[in-house]
Design a protein around this ligand. Structure first.
Ligand SMILES: [Zn+2]
Length: 364
């Protein structure tokens, strides 16, 4: 039967062993966070306005995705690092406990080996049955076994600490690598997006669109800014978000304007003349003026798609229902993201009213 003291030792060693065992699993490696969106890399260079617009938007969206992945990755790393730090702290406590028992234990064993028959043994192991020496010897054997346990646990503890330290280092290295990869990816996407917007601007200028009109800069025709533009209330779109149309004085939101320029190329090929525009973006003030002049014909101010920079009213034949121009547009506009909304067929009947539908456009 172990003495109260050795029973205490066993308890300590058992506790440490379970502690050490608990660390054996080590931190989970976060290899599931694959670098974001390798799919963003283009397969071919865009050849027309719609493709340029789509690729620029895609690259821009890729930047946002990669940023999100980067943030999630950093959060995951912080959690894992905290786990490793916690485990190392636990190991340190176990190490200290072990050091506490190791010293006295070797002293006792050493002492017993020097003189196994000493009377003072009784003070360590009071037997009371009159055979102190035999009893003491059995206890000595037990103590030696205990000492061996402590030594082997110390070795295990050391191994565990080394493994954890290595894991912590690997975790940091892996994280740095992934962050660097994501940074490079974001950088590449940013460059690609910027270069696509530049090509797009050049193409628009070639088509006669005065991109820099009124010193608004190219930002007005930058399709990667449409999400920002969409945050403004109807009719209150800042000038910097309006891209000129081929016809002087008319403008739409960047994605709609780019789609319109592309559609206009096809229309001109078919009819020999550019599309005729009677109205496009309408500010809230202009919407109010139109509403009071033609109450039955104009949308309530603040509700019209003209105020979002997404609608045009067309002339040059399109305004006549079932004209060649109307029919051609009806058959072809969707290819460019433009639609003739259902309501415009009857209530109110507005054959001239056409809209850019970002949902249709995003599929192109
Ligand atoms: Zn209209």
């Amino acid at each position: 039967m172990p003495s109260p003291r050795s029973a205490g030792l066993i308890a300590v060693v058992t506790a440490m062993t379970s502690l050490v065992g608990g660390t054996a699993a080590g931190p989970a490696h976060a290899t599931d966070a694959t670098p974001a969106a390798a799919a963003v890399v283009p397969l071919k260079e865009p050849t027309n306005l719609t493709e340029l617009r789509r690729e620029a938007q895609k690259a821009f969206k890729g930047i946002e995705d990669a940023n999100r992945t980067l943030k999630a990755r950093q959060k995951q790393f912080d959690t894992l690092q905290k786990q490793v730090v916690g485990k190392l702290a636990q190991l340190q406590v176990a190490d200290q406990e072990l050091a506490k028992v190791r010293g006295p234990l070797s002293e006792i064993v050493e002492y017993i080996y020097q003189d196994p028959s000493v009377n003072s043994m009784g003070s360590f192991f009071p037997s009371g049955d009159g055979t102190p020496t035999l009893r003491a010897l059995s206890d000595v054997n037990h103590m030696v076994a205990e000492q061996n346990n402590v030594v082997s646990d110390a070795a295990k503890l050391l191994q565990d600490r080394e493994r954890l330290a290595t894991e912590a280092q690997e975790l940091r290295a892996e994280n740095l690598l992934q962050e660097a990869q994501l940074d490079a990816e974001i950088d590449a996407l940013r460059k690609r997006s910027a270069s696509l917007v530049k090509s797009l601007t050049r193409a628009l200028v070639k088509l006669g669109v005065k991109v820099n009109a009124n010193n608004r800069g190219t930002g007005a025709c930058d399709p990667t800014r449409v999400d920002l533009a969409a945050q403004y209330p109807n009719g209150l779109l800042p000038r910097g978000f309006l891209c000129p149309l081929p016809q002087k004085g008319e403008e739409l939101r960047a994605d709609a304007a780019i789609a319109f320029a592309d559609l206009n190329v096809a229309y001109q090929k078919r009819f020999g003349t550019p599309m005729c525009i009677s109205d496009s973006y309408r500010s809230l003030g202009e919407q109010q003026a139109v509403y009071y002049q033609r109450p039955g014909l104009a949308a309530t101010p603040g509700k019209s798609n003209h105020g979002l920079g997404m609608a045009v009213d067309l002339c040059g034949g399109v305004q006549i229902f079932r004209s060649a121009q109307f029919n051609w547009l009806e058959a072809n506009s969707k290819r460019f993201g433009f639609i003739h909304p259902d309501w415009a067929y009857h209530s109110p009947f507005e054959p001239w009213h056409w809209e850019y539908d970002p949902k249709v456009g995003s599929l192109l």
